[in-house]
Design a protein around this ligand. Structure first.
Ligand SMILES: NC(=O)C1=CN([C@@H]2O[C@H](COP(=O)(O)OP(=O)(O)OC[C@H]3O[C@@H](n4cnc5c(N)ncnc54)[C@H](O)[C@@H]3O)[C@@H](O)[C@H]2O)[C@@H](O)CC1
Ligand SMILES: [K+]
Length: 505
């Protein structure tokens, strides 16, 4: 559920009227935050608490108390004097005990060795409607951003990145740039605005039992493991490869054969029963040795041949090049099984004179997975869509094409389908900004459709899993954001499925 800051405050107030205690909510929030820190930073280091005077700081202090016991070294930067703490954070400040270091400026940490994680507990929804940050709060925000930039520390914002308008998502002049935002109980609408993305980073929701049902926007959801897991089919003991589904992939061309391999790996590790890659005869000798041995590679004189095979889903487009646009359109006119249309498959349509009209005439269910550039090409000329946000564009697009499910890629991938809630993905990191990620995702979505999911559910699950896989490659593997490759994402999909089943954040 998505709420405004005022709706969140009303939810809290009505909980208090029911007899719920603020201190209990804060304890639950802090316990949840500590779990998030352990998930994302399995190795301990220095935890730098940046504290305002309100309950946002209280959340940070509860988490710090727990994390200190788990081996984290606590460092504190106060935006106000100790005496200014409100009652609850003041109590938790006392409870933290004395064993931490206080710094007067985060500049003191510029040469700190080892892992340094900054926790922004400066201000949460208490700042709504109170204008730009002032005084000590503004100073600390500038220090956080400078330390992040120069020392490459990881920054976690609690509830909201301090300085961000939680309703509009517009960052103030001084606004924390977080790598991770841990929001409490409900997602504040501003966190999902396009303008907010570089301040929010990875979005995590810590649920609170007493603040679960809100009067917010039910037409939009964020993708969380607990909701997604139920979409993943549970396998019977006598499950067989036919039930896991047959994925056909039309991908790869001279210079871009790797895209076909990555898409096939996405499908294989996404649980497909049988994966067949269709390849032009002249490319067969090159592509076949590159493929995982589990994949069937079928040389064809024309891609339309794939229509003769028994398939449960057809993935079209990764690295296909622009030469086969006619064949792609011919397949789309005839195909009966669901299609995942990616990359040059999308371009094949964008290049057709009819463009969007063509899409409306396709009989099959189509999951379109464009990146922003492909989306822009597809809707070129649709003036009415020019000034829309990503979310609005996705909604309008899905409304116009009832046979299409849209997965609009980006740092905050959105998924839209007519009659379904607009879904915002939460997982992933900037390490995914390299070639081939979309290829893996296309195969993965194909595999999920082949296992019985509809395109919307497959897109939601696929987006979450591929983003989570990229995260796990870094937290549990030997890669960094800089070194992460699409191959790493394919290789870590097993970990991502396990993480989903563990109901990780
Ligand atoms: N109230 C509750 O029951 C719960 C609160 N929680 C946490 O508490 C937060 C809200 O706490 P509070 O209402 O105490 O508010 P905040 O902790 O967000 O801080 C508000 C304080 O900052 C100061 N301030 C506000 N705007 C300012 C500005 N522009 N420049 C300088 N100073 C400014 C105000 O004096 C105010 O005391 C939530 O965001 C969440 O993190 C959670 O623990 C869940 C439960
Ligand atoms: K904050």
């Amino acid at each position: 559920m998505m709420v405004t800051c005022e709706q969140m405050q009303r939810l809290e107030e009505s909980a208090f009227l029911r007899g719920v205690l603020a201190k209990d909510l804060m304890e639950e929030a802090g316990v949840g935050i500590a779990k998030v820190v352990q998930q994302f930073f399995p190795q301990t280091g220095a935890l730098v608490l940046c504290l305002g005077k309100g309950n946002n700081a209280g959340d940070a202090l509860v988490a710090a108390r727990i994390l200190k016991e788990r081996g984290w070294q606590i460092v504190v930067r106060l935006a106000y004097a100790e005496k200014d703490f409100k009652a609850l954070p003041a109590a938790h400040w006392k409870a933290l005990g004395g064993e931490f270091k206080i710094v007067n400026s985060l500049v003191e940490l510029s040469d700190e060795r080892g892992s340094v994680v900054v926790m922004d507990g400066l201000i949460g929804i208490g700042g709504v409607g109170r204008g730009a940050l002032r005084g000590g709060l503004a100073d600390v925000v500038l220090e956080i951003n400078a330390l992040r930039e120069r020392r490459h520390v990881e920054v976690m914002a609690l509830d909201l990145p301090s300085g961000l308008d939680g309703n509009t998502g517009v960052p103030g002049a001084c606004c924390v740039r977080a790598d991770l935002t841990i929001t409490i109980a409900c997602v504040k609408v501003g966190l999902l605005a396009d303008a907010a993305v570089n301040h929010v980073g990875r979005l995590v929701v810590v649920p609170l039992r007493e603040l679960a049902d809100g009067a917010g926007d039910a037409d939009a959801v964020v993708l969380l493991s607990n909701r997604l897991l139920s979409k993943l089919p549970r396998r019977d003991f006598d499950f067989h490869k036919g039930r896991a589904g047959r994925v056909g992939i039309v991908a790869g061309s001279r210079g871009m054969l790797g895209a076909a391999v990555l898409s096939a790996r996405g499908a294989l590790h996404g649980g497909a029963g049988l994966v067949t890659v269709y390849v032009r005869e002249e490319m067969y000798a090159l592509l076949a040795p590159m493929m995982p041995v589990e994949v069937m590679v079928k040389p064809v004189p024309n891609y339309e041949v794939c229509l003769e095979d028994r398939l449960d889903v057809l993935v079209i487009g990764p690295g296909l090049g622009r030469m086969f646009a006619e064949e792609v359109r011919a397949i789309l006119k005839k195909v009966a099984v669901p299609v995942v249309l990616d990359a040059d498959g999308i371009n094949a349509m964008a290049e057709s004179d009819a463009r969007l009209d063509f899409l409306g005439e396709v009989k099959a269910r189509v999951l379109l997975t464009p990146h922003p550039g492909e989306m822009a090409r597809l809707v070129t000329g649709a003036e009415e869509w020019k000034c829309l946000s990503r979310a609005e564009l996705a909604r309008e697009f899905a409304e116009r094409f009832p046979n299409v499910q849209l997965l609009l890629k980006g740092s905050r991938t959105v998924i839209a389908a007519k009659g379904r809630a607009l879904a915002f993905n939460t997982t992933g990191n900037p390490g995914m900004a390299s070639g081939g990620m979309g290829d893996v995702l296309s195969g993965l979505c194909g595999a999920l459709i082949a296992q019985g999911l509809d395109g919307y559910d497959a897109a939601c699950l696929g987006a979450w899993l591929s983003g989570r896989s990229a995260e796990l490659a870094i937290t549990h593997g030997e890669v960094s954001q800089e070194s992460l490759t699409a191959g790493d994402v394919a290789a870590n999909l097993g970990r991502a499925f396990a993480s989903l089943k563990a109901l990780d954040f």
